[in-house]
Design a protein. Structure first.
Length: 148
């Protein structure tokens, strides 16, 4: 345990604290002394006990207001976190939906390619058949003309 000399309201006090907490204790006592002196200057000398009580109440009020703000910020953070989860879920759902649409479009494109290839083959066959028929017809005509 460490010992620290603290000056409060013009008086010296020896306080103990955990090792390493000396600066923190001095900072706290300085803050308390400032509040006490501020109230003493504003209210006059109404008695040390009453000033200590009012100082304590003021500090507790600051503490509770800070705690209230922290609780509000925690709630805001929780709400934001929930909104973020919702948005994240929506993004993943949207991504999944778009990936499915892309897969459908790719399948349709592949089907169109296959259909085009089949049609190309069918047209080539029709053209070949037509060319063969025309060639046979021309040969038939030529042979008939040769015979005459």
């Amino acid at each position: 345990m460490a010992n620290v000399n603290i000056k409060f309201n013009g008086k010296e006090f020896l306080l103990s604290c955990d090792d390493g907490q000396e600066e923190h204790l001095e900072e706290l006592s300085l803050h308390l002394n400032e509040k006490f002196n501020e109230l003493k200057n504003n209210l006059g000398n109404i008695g040390e006990n009453k000033l200590l009580l009012i100082t304590s109440i003021k500090i507790m009020d600051e503490y509770f207001e800070t705690r209230k703000k922290i609780d509000e910020k925690k709630q805001e953070l929780k709400n934001l976190s929930n909104k973020f989860r919702e948005l994240k879920s929506l993004v993943f759902d949207y991504k999944k939906e778009k990936e499915q649409e892309i897969d459908q479009l790719v399948n349709q494109q592949n089907n169109f390619k296959k259909e085009i290839e089949r049609n190309k083959e069918d047209y080539e066959k029709i053209i070949d058949d037509a060319a063969n028929q025309i060639e046979n017809f021309v040969q038939k005509i030529n042979s008939e003309n040769s015979i005459q």
